[in-house]
Write a protein that binds this ligand. Structure first.
Ligand SMILES: NC(=O)c1ccc[n+]([C@@H]2O[C@H](COP(=O)([O-])OP(=O)(O)OC[C@H]3O[C@@H](n4cnc5c(N)ncnc54)[C@H](O)[C@@H]3O)[C@@H](O)[C@H]2O)c1
Length: 414
């Protein structure tokens, strides 16, 4: 068995490694020459894959920038990005480029699976026609399925192996083949009737999170005005053994998924004369959170009789979530941008992010930021003693609820 993986990012590289560890030969393709060179050298650029693991698999993973190389494999997984255009519409260019190139080399008997998150209908309407360009057709020489990726970067309790995987093929045989493939790396497969169900299920998962995060963010703003501790409210509500699921407020959503994917469905819904109001409202509230957090920082400084202009403000954690160095859409970037416009002198500590070139900032050590006028906890990475940082800080703004239970003055919590 040999597997081709197109797109070697947060989704594609762990998949390539999983198949290689299961004993398969993997042809790993990316346009990015630097990534390909690193894989060839056994050096990982994704936190969830250690360089030791990658190094040990060098004989099984063949990394290349030449997509034609996947022609000799039995199955090809497409894991390219699905971003939004500047007008917040689906940008399928990376997917269509990969599909067009694959369509030029696809062979009879191959199974092609799309893993990138996208709107219902993409596999059937966009991918399949490009794969059929050389005369093969789905069901006759070609199998095609959609299987959404559920990887949660930085997470160790749920991995590719023990997270159920949804699979929807264009035909029952396509589903069957895709299930058989994933059985090598995944314990629980969830076959569904067609690709559209699988595409929509992934969007439902992400929209569910986006809407619930927005709800609790809105309540956090209200609790602030009412002078109630939102964290105590949430903890009390979470004691209900049924009918409640805990979500925590924070500085806003980041990463490739939550700020982006729901709008794929919003766009698609327009074709069906629907406006997806929950999605829009959740997006609006979550996008406002970094600005609200700036206001909380300003208020905290004001209480300490300091203006933002000229104050030394240090961010603690700038990636979009704990345990990863991914800064895509990170709310920390928006907070830094707004504070910089207002004249703050900024620095940051994040062991996963060596530099933020767009702001001319380099990672400072934790010790170096301790004398800032205010330290703002934006993203809580593991292995940091937040209690000790709070004790040493002049003023500490906690946007993640990590300091609950600490009775310290000069501490402000979202
Ligand atoms: N990151 C996550 O946590 C996550 C989770 C679930 C689903 N997804 C979805 O998976 C998809 C990929 O996300 P990601 O986070 O791995 O993205 P990523 O940006 O980390 O990786 C994508 C890779 O694809 C490469 N690429 C782009 N166009 C290409 C082409 N035409 N041919 C070959 N390579 C190409 C890029 O160079 C990049 O290395 C997206 O649709 C995303 O929504 C992501």
């Amino acid at each position: 068995m040999s597997v081709g993986v197109i797109g070697l990012g947060y989704v594609g590289l762990p998949l390539a490694v999983a198949f290689a560890e299961a004993g398969e030969r993997v042809i790993a393709v990316d346009l990015d020459e630097a990534k390909v060179a690193m894989i060839q050298a056994g050096e990982s650029y994704i936190e969830d894959v250690s360089s030791e693991r990658l190094h040990a698999l060098r004989s099984r993973i063949e990394a290349t920038t030449q997509l034609e190389a996947v022609a000799e494999t039995e199955a090809v997984l497409i894991c390219v990005p699905t971003p939004l255009t500047p007008n917040r519409e689906p940008d399928l260019v990376p997917l269509l480029d990969a599909a067009r190139a694959l369509g030029g080399v696809v062979r009879r008997g191959q199974l092609v699976i799309l893993e990138s998150t996208t709107y219902p209908g993409t596999t059937r309407e966009q991918l399949v026609p490009l794969l059929e360009q050389r005369g093969l057709t789905v069901g006759d020489g070609l199998n095609v399925a959609f299987s959404p990726e559920r990887v949660d970067p930085g997470r160790t309790d749920y991995t590719l192996r023990n997270t159920p995987k949804v699979v929807g093929g264009m035909t029952p045989q396509c589903t069957e083949r895709a299930v058989a493939l994933y059985t090598r790396i995944c314990d629980h497969l969830v076959p569904v009737s067609n690709p559209e169900i699988a595409e929509m299920s992934k969007l439902l998962e992400n929209i569910f999170r986006s809407v619930n995060i927005a709800l609790v963010n809105e309540l956090a703003i209200l609790a602030d005005r009412m002078e109630l501790d939102i964290w105590e409210v949430i903890e009390a509500a979470a004691t209900k053994p049924y009918g409640f699921m805990r979500f925590d407020p924070g500085p806003g959503m980041g990463g490739h998924c939550l700020p982006v994917d729901p709008f794929y469905l919003t766009w698609r819904a327009r074709e069906f004369h629907m406006s997806t109001e929950f999605i829009e409202l959740a997006g609006k509230i979550n996008q406002q959170m970094p600005y609200y957090c700036v206001e909380r920082i300003e208020r905290a400084l004001n209480d300490a009789e300091k203006p933002v202009k000229g104050s030394r403000i240090a961010m603690l954690g700038v990636s979009y979530k704990g345990g990863t160095g991914d800064t895509r859409e990170s709310p920390a970037l928006r907070i830094i941008e707004v504070l910089a416009q207002r004249g703050a002198v900024l620095s940051y500590h994040d062991q996963f992010v060596p530099a933020l070139p767009e702001f001319g900032l380099q990672n400072s050590s934790l010790d170096q930021i301790l004398d800032a006028d205010v330290i703002v906890l934006v993203t809580a990475h593991p292995d940091i003693d937040y209690g000790a940082v709070v004790q040493s800080a002049q003023l500490f703004v906690d946007l993640r609820g990590k300091t609950r239970g600490l009775a310290v003055k000069d501490l402000v919590r979202l």
